[in-house]
Ligand binder design. Sequence first.
Ligand code: FE2
Length: 301
Amino acid sequence: MRRGEHPSGAVVGGILAPHPPHLVYASNPPQNEPRSSGAGAWQELLAGYQRLRASLEARVYDVLVVHTPHWKTRTGTHFLGVPHFSGLSVDPIFPNLFRFQYELDVDVALSQSIHDHARDAGLSCQMMTNPEFRVDYGTLTSCHLVRPAGDLPVVAISSVRTAFDYCNEAGDQEMLALGRATRAAVEASGKSALCLASCSLSHRHYTTEPADPEDPAFESIHNENQAAWDRHILALMESGQSRRVFDEMPDFTDQCVAETRDGSLSWLLAAMDFPEVAGQVHGYGTVIGTGNAVVEWDLSR
Ligand SMILES: [Fe+2]
């Protein structure tokens, strides 16, 4: 949707928006306490996010709806249900890179409506109404990298444990239902939504860190099996085969120990109703050996 046009009630786009805190660290926003060393790793991913933001400048949307792997809920899918959250987010693995002071506005009406649609579809759901709740860094990082101004409300959706308790196929089927519920709620809301899957692709990673985590000499994909899967998934996205991405997701998740097990990408594909338009790959790169891609689907075309 171009500037000046404003659809009512539509998922106007989807973004694969990975959340390495490293990318926020390297960007040195005032909200983040650690300062980048400037050594220069992750340039292709940083450029990919820049290209995405440039592409989004010409588009109009009211709200970001993000599904995050780092808000893990034991029973059912949870939704942020308080109008505003603020606090300090510290990455538990990389506290040296991410200590981020955040302010987050929530579209509670849309959040509640997605909850209600999902509940009516038979999913176990709950609204998060604790004003002291600490928002997860997946939500914060993806939203910041997509829209650093932070001037739009957000709906954040947790990742339920179905794939871990049963199997990948069961998890993906639940995300199919959740994605459809999300789409139906957005359409009923009269708002235009940009949906974000906050996850990486291949996820086998190094378990040691150099003295300077930003040393570019340290970064490469963990192994060729992981790289081959990433190339395959990106080729499917670029050729508009999003349904096939969903169909192959259980194997991809298993063989790449992928963060997609938490459901974000499966949910996104379903929320977009499996678009046949090409996903635009703005950038691909590694962070501690994991494969990360910034991909945009423009559904207004
Ligand atoms: Fe992650």
